[in-house]
Design a protein around this ligand. Structure first.
Ligand code: PDD
Length: 276
């Protein structure tokens, strides 16, 4: 497998990360996951824009222009002959003797690699089971930080209960999933948490809102309580890798009749047209 380490394409076996890389010691960096369909990077511009925006929030300077990064990622996909899967990329503040404050004169470490993987067709078709879990993450969830312990603990809890995702809430108000955005549909209106520091501004979320407009489904960007979520006609989640996935159960309570709903199916169809 050929990977990118800084601006070099090398074999994965030849890549070495320093023990004092701040990504390794502090989680001091950010990442992106970009889906590849038919050898093409889906919503690449949006992912690159978010990568730069998040880096800026941490005062990490990405040493490439957006155009160059775009080209580097396409070359990587081509080199690995990737048809369907994703690209993972991250940047950390770099290597320095361990101190909490930002070291001066440090060059960031950039890594990107491809991962082959089929689309989650079974989940898209049948829907997934979920749990509620308290959102114990920090207050800057708008930053796609390498610090994922809150998400990891919630996802593990879901996994142990045979569920796909944990729906996170702060004091009973749903924010997002551990690695996805969450939506409810009630009486022909779609509800989702507004974009602020409590959620990641999901790119698939944005695509979904475009799909809503296309199919004539009104959107209200208003958070749902857990109680209200259970009374929805339909629940769904989005992410780069999960696309538009129906949620059929939360904490063993079926949503409506426990089957993917009509609006969700229409949203999936509208989404499908975009990735074709
Ligand atoms: N997760 N919210 C959180 C906390 C996420 O980690 C993700 C993505 C999303 C959805 O964002 P997008 O639609 O831009 O992928 C929302 C990625 C896929 C991951 O960590 O693997």
């Amino acid at each position: 497998r050929t990977i990118l380490l800084n601006n070099q394409m090398i074999q994965a076996e030849d890549a070495h990360i320093h023990i004092e890389d701040r990504g390794f010691q502090f989680g001091d960096g950010i990442y992106e996951v970009i889906k590849v369909y038919n050898g093409s990077l889906f919503t690449i511009k949006e992912h690159i824009d978010r990568f730069y925006t998040c880096a800026e929030k941490l005062q990490i300077v990405i040493p490439y222009t957006k155009d160059l990064l775009h080209k580097m990622l396409y070359d990587l996909v081509e080199e690995n002959e990737l048809e369907v899967g994703h690209v993972y990329m991250q940047i950390t503040r770099g290597v320095a003797s361990r101190t909490h404050f930002f070291p001066s004169d440090v060059a960031p470490t950039f890594v990107a690699y491809t991962q082959q993987g089929d689309r989650p067709l079974q989940n898209l078709q049948r829907g997934v089971r979920t749990i509620f879990d308290e959102d114990i993450r920090w207050l800057r969830c708008d930053i796609k930080s390498l610090n994922l312990l809150g998400a990891v603990l919630s996802k593990q809890k879901a996994h142990e209960q045979g569920c796909y995702e944990a729906i996170l809430h702060r004091d009973g108000v749903i924010t997002e999933g551990s690695s996805s955005n969450i939506f409810g549909i009630k009486d022909g209106v779609l509800y989702t948490h507004p974009v602020n520091n409590y959620i990641l501004n999901g790119i698939t979320r944005h695509v979904l809102l475009q799909c809503c407009e296309e199919i004539g489904l009104p959107v209200v960007e208003e958070a749902m309580t857990c109680e209200r979520a259970l009374e929805m006609d339909e629940l769904l989640l989005t992410s780069t890798t999960s696309e538009v996935t129906p949620i059929i159960e939360v904490d063993c309570h079926p949503i409506a009749d426990g089957l993917p709903g009509e609006w969700t199916r229409r949203l999936q169809q509208a989404f499908e047209l975009k990735v074709k």
